[in-house]
Design a protein around this ligand. Sequence first.
Ligand SMILES: Cc1ncc(COP(=O)(O)O)c(C=O)c1O
Length: 398
Amino acid sequence: MTAKSSCDELALFNGKPLFDLPRSTSSLVQPDFERFLEYSRTFYEAHQFTNNGPLVQLLERRLAEFHQTSHCVTFCSGFWALVLAIKCLALPGRREVVMPSLTYRRMADVAAWAGLVPRFCEVDPHTMALSADTVRPHLSEQTALILGVHPIMNCCDAVGLEALAEESGIPLLIDAVESVYETYAGRKVGSFARAECFSLHASKLLNGFEGGYITTSDAELASRLVRMRGFGFYTPDNVQELGMNAKLNEVHAAMALAGLDALDTQVMRNQERYLAYRQVLAGLPGVRLVEFDESERSGFKNILIELLDDWPLSRAQTLSLLNAEGILARAYYWPALHQKPTDYPTIGGALPVTERLAERFVLLPCGHFVDEQDIHAIVAMLGFLHAHATELRQRLAV
Ligand SMILES: Cc1ncc(COP(=O)(O)O)c(C=O)c1O
């Protein structure tokens, strides 16, 4: 890794990339291999590889305990967990799901797969999340469900959303994929709303290769979800529910369990990375690090910066220069969902706060494979771009 001394050395202009092995924004947690094998031995010896096997059951028990709720139901992905939870919770005869537009790029598809129409709402400029105030104007006789989403940093106001759900009689489901470790108002995420949804994808804090889960305190909802993920079977010959195959298998559960054992250590390392970023970014003009709310518990997973008005390059220019160096920084939730064409109906309209925020943020590399030296090199590269912005703008304009 050699620092650049002139713009000619930048990878975008055919110089050697700063990182041979790109540094990414995915957490890419890799739990101890022996631990993973140890868990895997259980299902291998029991000859049960899927269909609610011993490790899936253990994982569900441990996750329910971890999130301080009574039930956890696992799935093959967070995506299908969300679709099935929406199917179960949506008020019958109504067609709209209110959700933020500044969120996970496939969130509208989730509602469409559940046979409903996404209706996009604004976010609060400070939390970058939906709130009771941004959801309320969208509620009507057509609202089947409120889909709250915790943003990539800190949490949405789950307490305010719960109060709105109570007052309006509209069920609240929360996507908590980015908030596995978090608390909100001192309460463990996973214990709010009618249900909350998480992902076990390899890029997440808890890596099960693929997978997802729903937490809920509603025993009836939990057993309905169990039936739906397994083809809708009540008993071996009795199918009563619209079902699908969305089960988590045993090898994925083994990986997630190994990850769960190492979660506290992983979070401690994430916090060290975050503090290192905070320290070095403090000296860089034009950039603001979005800080974790340290009055709550946090997984410190993502590193998000805002490019301020005096940052001298466009975000697209900044990203293409960084990406060429093997710094796989990404635009944060861009484009906003209401600005993307879809082949199913959506309800949008102008969302000025969302549109402004969608242009300003950048996720920086983080997680297991990013060390302190990398962090210094990444921030030094941002410093180089700032210092050479006039020349870079000219070169990128041609
Ligand atoms: C906020 C959010 N919700 C849901 C999902 C879907 O999870 P999965 O990849 O497990 O299907 C993702 C995936 O990145 C996500 O970021």
